[in-house]
Each structure stands twice: as structure tokens, then as C-alpha cells.
Design a protein around this ligand. Structure first.
Ligand code: ADP
Ligand code: MG
Length: 516
């Protein structure tokens, strides 16, 4: 059986045109900020696949089912500052970002916690993995990473998924294809609706309500504050969340990172965060701070650090708190894969379910496991099976295979401990057509499923330490990104991949398309 169907030149051109029209009319766009003029601005369609990519229904369901456990785990770790300090200790010594964040946390802690609620908006990313010795077997889920700050792509996926379902209902996918006896015909029930925009905005709304009424004197209104990058090209993935909140009668505003935070917000003597809109003389009290930036080291100059500290010291509920932000570091992910560690927060059955999705990961330090990893990374024979990752976010920072030895030789050895080594996931290759600013593509592709987990938890102090108590949790939602199989990286907005949606099928169909 084959998928996607072959298209005539005419069908191909018509589909391309339909896709562009949908993208323009639904905001599936990137803003070309350098073209921003007083009276106009240009945009560009975001990378997208022509067809939904095949995905096994069982793995899609499994990833959703696991999210409650990942929410529980990452909430628990975010309240365990003793364990985090141990795990991040080496990194804090050599990595400027980890050290800046830890310093802000310590200063905040010294003044005392004034808010015990945290909102997690996580995205757990998976690829399918096939053991190279058992290529006839069904693929399994392997986690690439779990993101805890500024998880993007939710709105873009939502729009592309709606587009795929629209193209399906118009018959574009099934009736217009060239007659071909073995082409798979997908039905509408295999295209799951996407609710990521609703899930994220509902999570923010739940946190807003949990904050309750304004607490500071002379202020009556509360609002959600988005902390965003200045000159943001990805507004189409952020603004719709703000609009959805307004539709729910929740005022929300955005402030650019750094200087603008200090200019437009202040801390009341009782730690409420007050937002002073540039256009109104009245201050509003901030209920929830939603970070859509603040994860890159260049943002932590003196002003950036002061801004984050001011936000962190406030009573507003943060998404994420600074410790929850730190749990997304690759070093933490690697530490969680070590045997027996998950049992600190989970029961053995829960721990087993999560660890099945972990690919082997190693530190690059002086421990026995680190020594072993250094050998693997420096030998080109073994290095081809690994990915070297710094503790950075946003795509484009990893070092692969035969570049690894040279890269490490050029890096002072005392800095190696800020990297982790991860076994390469070997995904099955499917096929699709894609369109992005890089051009048109037809051929083998690799998909990454992201599960959005949205949860609100409470910090419960117990003597010197604290634990997390889940307050509320939303049904998880998903994103799918797909790339040319020859590309190692994945970031749609940086041009490596495309937004996509899954066509969910049973194992029999999936395996028969894979073998074709
Ligand atoms: P970032 O924080 O930069 O997003 P990731 O860990 O997600 O870091 O890595 C970026 C991309 O590199 C992933 O989206 C994936 O495409 C690829 N990648 C990461 N880890 C692996 C792995 N173990 N095997 C194969 N590809 C990987
Ligand atoms: Mg990633």
C-alpha cells in the first residue's frame, strides 16, 4: 500500500494554490519584521506538509496517556530544589544561562516565596524509533526532549491541522488522485481535531481564576501578561492565545523582554506585580506571567536579569517558574534517565512507563558514565550513533556524528560537562510533499509528535523541602512537525521543518505502507 497518492501536475498545482490561500486567510504566517513599515508589513506562509503524515494510532494514544505522568514528574522536580541543585551544579559552574537563572532563583528564595502556584505549559517531543537490528518490528516512541518554557508551535499546528481536515472534506485527498490500485485512502476519522490553542488558553485562564481578585490597594483589575521577544516574527503563534483570552473576558497584554518589563511593570510593597499600560493611566495587577521568551543567554544581560528577578519575586503565577524553566535543561533530562532516579517522585509502575520512552543519555563529565560517553563521542565509529547536545533551546545547536570529535577537540575540556550525549533515535521513513520558504520538497520525511501538557500545581512546604500537589490538569493536546529525512535538526520557524498533522492508522496499514 502506498501513501500519499501520486498527483498529476495539475492536481499538484491546484493543491499548492489551495494551501497558500488557506494559510493567508487563517494566519499560518511568519511576519517579515524587516519589512515592517508605517503603513504595511509583509508575511510569509509557514512551512507545511501537503498531506497529513501517517502515524500509528496506538503510539499517538500512548503519548497522550503518558502526559499525565510527565506533568506529575516535571511538577515534582520543579519543587525539588535540592535535587536540581545537585544535578545542575556542574552546569552552573560553566554555563552562563544556568548560572544566571540559578542566581535569580536564589535571590528570589532569599526574600521568601509569595506564590505557591505554578502553571506548566509543557511540550513533550517524540520521534518513532526502530531498532536497526529489528527493522521489521513496529516502531516505538522515544522522547527527544521535554520543553518547559515558551513551548511554541501550538497555534501553527492547530491551523495546519484544520487545513488538512478542510482539504480532506473537499475531497482533495481522496477523489482527485491518479487512479492507482494500491494507494491508501484516508477517512475523516483518522484525522484527529486539534485543540492546542484552546488548551493553552484554557490553562492560562484556569491559572488566572486561581489567582483570584486583585490584592494590592487601589487596583481593581487583573490581567495576564505575556513576556515576548521584541520584533517578534512568530506573532501568529502567540497573538491568537491573547485574543482567545479576551474572548473569555480575561484581559491580556504583552510586554517585550528586558527594558520594557522594567518600564511598564512595578512591584508593590506586598509583592503584587503591577502592569502600567503605555496607553492608560490605570495600573492592572498581573495574575499570570506567560513567558514566550527568556530562554536564551543573550537575554540575560544586567537589564534582562533585573527584569526576570522582578517578575520572579512577584506574587503573579508564573508559566513557568524559574525552577520549572530549569527542569527543561537537557542536563536534567539526562539525569532523569539514570536507573532508579524517577522513583524519587513516582511509583515503580509509573517510572517504568516513562522510562520506556527514554533513549540512552550520558553526561560528559568525569564520572564513569561520563568517561564512557567521552570515548563514544570521540570515536567516529561510535559517534555516528549519537547526538551531542548543549543545554540550549530553540533548535540548531546540536552536534551530530562525524562532526563531534572535531567539535570536542576545539572545545576546552572543562566545558564538556555542559553537554550531554544522547543515542540517536532511528525513525521510520515515510513520504510526503512539503512547501516552505526553502522551496518545494517531495520524498522521505521524519515526523516529531509534540504533546502539550497543561497543569497547575501547588508547592507544599514540608520542613526544609517542598513537594508538588497537582491542582488541575487539562486533557493533553498535540503538535506534529515533519522534516526532510536528510536533515538532522528540527525547528519550523528556523526553516528546518514543516507543520503537519497525523493521519492515524492501525499497525497493519502503517507497516504495509512502510514496507512498500
Ligand atoms: P532543541 O532544544 O534545540 O529543540 P532538541 O533536543 O529538540 O533541542 O533537538 C533538536 C532536534 O534535533 C530535534 O527536534 C530532532 O529533530 C533532532 N534530535 C534531537 N535529539 C535527537 C536524537 N536523539 N536522535 C535523532 N534526532 C535528534
Ligand atoms: Mg526541541
Amino acid at each position: 500500500m502506498t501513501y500519499p497518492p501520486r498527483l498529476s501536475d495539475e492536481q499538484y498545482a491546484a493543491l499548492l494554490s489551495d494551501i497558500k490561500d488557506w494559510q493567508i486567510t487563517h494566519g499560518s504566517l511568519l511576519k517579515l519584521v524587516h519589512t515592517d513599515e508605517e503603513s504595511t508589513v509583509q508575511c510569509q506562509p509557514v512551512g507545511t506538509t501537503f498531506f497529513p503524515t501517517l502515524f500509528p494510532k496506538e503510539l499517538f494514544d500512548e503519548a497522550h496517556a503518558l502526559q499525565t505522568l510527565f506533568n506529575k514528574l516535571y511538577a515534582a522536580v520543579a519543587e525539588d530544589d535540592e535535587w536540581l541543585r545537585d544535578v545542575l551544579g556542574d552546569l552552573i559552574e560553566v554555563d552562563d544561562l544556568a548560572s544566571a537563572l540559578w542566581k535569580i532563583y536564589s535571590e528570589m528564595k532569599e526574600e521568601g516565596f509569595v506564590q505557591d502556584l505554578t502553571l506548566g505549559i509543557f511540550r513533550s517531543d517524540y520521534m518513532m524509533h526502530v531498532d536497526s537490528n529489528q527493522s521489521a518490528q513496529q516502531p516505538e516512541l522515544k522522547q527527544v526532549e521535554l520543553n518547559t518554557v515558551s513551548c511554541a508551535g501550538g497555534v501553527h499546528t492547530n491551523i495546519v491541522s484544520d487545513m488538512h481536515r478542510h482539504l480532506h472534506r473537499t475531497g482533495t485527498y481522496n477523489s482527485n488522485q491518479l487512479p492507482s490500485s494500491d494507494s491508501l485512502v484516508i477517512n475523516s476519522s483518522s484525522l484527529p481535531p486539534n485543540s492546542t490553542l484552546k488548551t493553552i488558553s484554557a490553562g492560562l485562564a484556569a491559572a488566572h481564576r486561581a489567582y483570584g481578585p486583585a490584592k494590592s490597594q487601589d487596583v481593581t483589575e487583573t490581567c495576564i501578561l505575556f513576556i515576548v521577544a521584541a520584533d517578534n516574527f512568530n506573532i501568529a503563534d502567540e497573538r491568537p492565545i491573547e485574543y482567545a483570552l479576551w474572548d473569555d473576558s480575561i484581559p491580556s497584554s504583552r510586554v517585550s523582554w528586558g527594558h520594557d518589563v522594567l518600564l511598564h511593570t512595578s512591584l508593590s510593597p506586598t509583592h503584587e506585580l503591577l502592569y502600567h499600560p503605555p496607553s492608560r493611566p490605570i495600573a492592572t495587577e498581573v495574575s499570570v506571567i506567560y513567558f514566550r521568551t527568556g530562554f536564551e543567554i543573550h537575554e540575560y544581560d544586567d537589564i534582562g536579569c533585573m527584569a526576570r528577578l522582578q517578575l520572579e519575586k512577584s506574587r503573579a503565577i508564573k508559566s513557568p517558574s524559574i525552577l520549572s524553566h530549569l527542569t527543561g535543561f537537557k542536563k536534567v533530562q539526562q539525569a532523569l534517565t539514570a536507573p532508579g532516579i524517577l522513583e524519587r517522585w513516582l511509583n515503580p509502575d509509573e517510572a517504568e512507563k516513562l522510562s520506556r520512552t527514554f533513549a540512552p543519555m550520558f553526561p560528559l563529565d568525569d564520572s564513569p558514565s561520563g568517561q564512557h560517553a567521552k570515548k563514544l563521542a570521540l570515536d567516529p565509529e561510535t559517534a555516528s550513533n549519537y547526538v551531542l547536545k548543549p543545554s540550549l533551546e530553540g533548535g540548531g545547536h546540536n552536534v551530530y556524528g562525524n562532526e563531534m570529535a572535531e567539535f570536542l577537540q576545539q572545545t576546552p575540556e572543562e566545558l564538556w560537562k555542559s553537554y550531554v550525549l544522547m543515542e540517536k533515535i532511528s525513525p521510520p521513513l515515510l513520504k510526503n510533499f512539503m512547501m516552505s520558504s526553502r522551496g518545494l520538497y517531495e520524498g522521505p520525511v521524519i515526523s516529531e509528535l509534540g504533546i502539550f501538557g497543561v497543569c497547575l500545581w501547588k508547592r507544599v512546604q514540608e520542613g526544609e523541602s517542598a513537594r508538588a500537589e497537582m491542582v488541575s490538569e487539562l486533557k493533553p493536546s498535540w503538535s506534529l512537525r515533519t522534516k526532510d529525512a536528510s536533515v538532522d535538526e528540527m525547528s519550523v520557524v528556523k526553516g528546518y521543518g514543516c507543520f503537519d498533522s497525523p493521519a492515524l492508522v492501525g499497525w497493519d496499514i502503517f507497516m504495509s505502507v512502510l514496507k512498500a
